[in-house]
Design a protein around this ligand. Structure first.
Ligand code: HEC
Length: 124
């Protein structure tokens, strides 16, 4: 039993030592961190991602290929292109009620909305 007590004591000391070095390490790092340069917007807008990359993001919620796996989610596959363009424009403008799509649509340019709507309209 005594031996066990000593082991526990050693473990505590070790844990404290680790904590102490970890926190001083963090402090040192903080002190050494250079001030980040001020934000400057990119000179040119970033190039449009491929439609597959965009669709992969939508697939997280709307299902692979826009075919919803969850009954509570609308399928995008096979929706007429104009409907999707209109919905996404309205989400982006904040005129169509949404929980999440307003924020997502605000990240899409006109060209991206067009491309992603064509992609899903062509799925069956
Ligand atoms: C985080 C989950 C999520 C992601 C990611 C997502 N959506 Fe949605 N989407 C929703 C939800 C939830 C709705 C229902 C409206 C709302 O509450 O925002 C919806 C609705 C829609 C609608 C209207 C569907 C209808 O039949 O009325 C369209 C069109 C749409 N999303 C397109 C997209 C596209 C295109 C992408 C990828 C760029 C995308 N969504 C990514 C969750 C998501």
């Amino acid at each position: 039993m005594r031996r066990k007590g000593r082991e526990d004591e050693m473990k505590r000391i070790l844990a404290l030592a680790i904590l102490a070095t970890a926190s001083t390490g963090a402090l040192a790092q903080q002190a050494a961190a250079p001030t980040p340069p001020p934000y400057s917007p990119p000179a040119a807008p970033s190039p449009m991602p491929s439609v597959d990359v965009m669709a992969a993001a939508c697939a997280l919620c709307h299902g692979p290929e826009g075919k919803a796996v969850d009954m509570s989610m609308n399928s995008l596959a096979g929706q007429p292109k104009n409907n999707m363009v209109n919905s996404l424009n309205q989400f982006r403008a904040g005129t169509k009620p949404a929980t999440i799509m307003t924020r997502i649509a605000r990240g899409l340019s006109d060209a991206e909305i067009d491309a992603v709507a064509s992609y899903y309209a062509a799925r069956r």
